[in-house]
Design a protein around this ligand. Structure first.
Ligand SMILES: NC(=O)c1ccc[n+]([C@@H]2O[C@H](COP(=O)([O-])OP(=O)(O)OC[C@H]3O[C@@H](n4cnc5c(N)ncnc54)[C@H](OP(=O)(O)O)[C@@H]3O)[C@@H](O)[C@H]2O)c1
Length: 291
């Protein structure tokens, strides 16, 4: 199937719907638990992009009734200091989710910090225990961006079982967990990365393409089979000819949308879904407090 008008996978609209559902769930749970859910967001240093993400998360929390406890630490905060903060939050009965905003300054070991988070409060779903549960297809907190991709496919009733899926990018944050989730739903999954040869030919085989690289417009029309579903996880800031900047994905949206059957926009696709899944994980942890 080739389309002149792309069918947009509207992550923004779905994220709003999920937020309304979460809000209703919190209203239902709160009398029993006796407090609203709490999410702690730790940010270190002054990365401007991180500051925007943290602010968006706080706004979304507020909208659904989650208390967002933002903690902003100076650039020179030590590993030990952060580990102590996480240890306190692990014990804090008013906190259901803990999130360390990445990237961290160079001198900090983000993996070691993620290991310190109580897996039951791992709102980002990146703790090795939760990633291990994903590998084993056991219930657990799932990584937010990959979970957002799967939820969006589900919302539009796009079949995954038996489909050929190509995931481009193999990071532990995005590519690997997405590949595992597609596999869990019985797709035949190929993982592509910087050493993949003839990426175009690999992608042309795919019914579902997930691009998670961080390179603007690297997926072009000639790489996409007509009728394929294209999910663009990439977020890249590029300069416009007028000297402004704007966000684009990894997919050359205009040209690819002429052949894809469904495609996510950037912005408005996977970005808002990631935040919705973060809230969903926090509420999932909160709901375990029901006595
Ligand atoms: N929408 C959201 O909410 C959201 C959330 C997280 C991330 N993102 C975005 O998603 C993108 C990926 O993030 P990330 O954290 O996964 O990035 P990352 O850790 O830098 O990983 C990038 C991956 O792309 C692969 N790659 C690089 N060049 C390639 C090429 N020419 N052909 C094929 N593969 C190539 C790399 O392969 P190697 O492993 O071989 O180096 C690596 O696996 C970024 O744009 C990021 O901003 C968006």
């Amino acid at each position: 199937m080739s389309k002149s008008t792309p069918c947009l996978l509207d992550g923004k609209a779905l994220a709003q719907k999920i937020q309304l559902e979460l809000k209703a769930k919190i209203v239902q749970l709160e009398p029993n638990i006796g407090r609203p859910p709490g999410l702690a967001v730790l940010m270190v240093g002054d990365n401007p992009a991180s500051a925007v993400y943290v602010r968006n998360k706080a706004t979304a929390c507020h909208r659904v009734g989650i208390v967002s406890k933002g903690q902003h630490f100076p650039e020179n905060t030590t590993q030990v200091e952060l580990e102590q903060v996480i240890a306190q939050l692990n014990q804090d009965d008013h906190i259901d989710g803990i999130l360390v905003q990445l990237p961290l300054p160079q001198h900090l070991d983000s993996i070691a910090l993620l290991h310190c988070i109580d897996p039951d409060k791992d709102a980002d779903g990146l703790h090795p225990i939760n990633l291990g549960k994903l590998v084993r297809s056991e219930p657990g907190l799932r990584s937010c961006t990959p979970a957002g991709v799967m939820r969006l496919l589900q919302e539009y009733n796009l079949p995954v079982e038996g489909k050929k899926a190509v995931v481009i990018g193999r990071s532990i944050l995005v590519g690997k967990p997405i590949a595992l989730m597609l596999l869990e739903k019985n797709a035949t999954v190929v993982m592509a990365h910087s050493h993949t040869q003839d990426l175009g030919a690999v992608c042309l085989e795919a019914d579902i393409i997930v691009a998670a690289v961080g390179k603007p417009a690297m997926i072009t029309r000639d790489m996409v089979k007509p009728g394929a579903v294209v999910i663009d996880v990439g977020i890249n800031r590029v300069e416009t000819s007028e000297g402004n900047s704007r966000l684009v994905g990894d997919v050359a949206f205009e040209e690819v949308s002429k052949v894809a059957s469904y495609i996510t926009p950037v912005p408005g696709g996977i970005g808002p879904m990631t935040v919705a899944m973060l809230l969903s994980n926090t509420v999932q942890s909160y709901s375990r407090r029901v006595s």
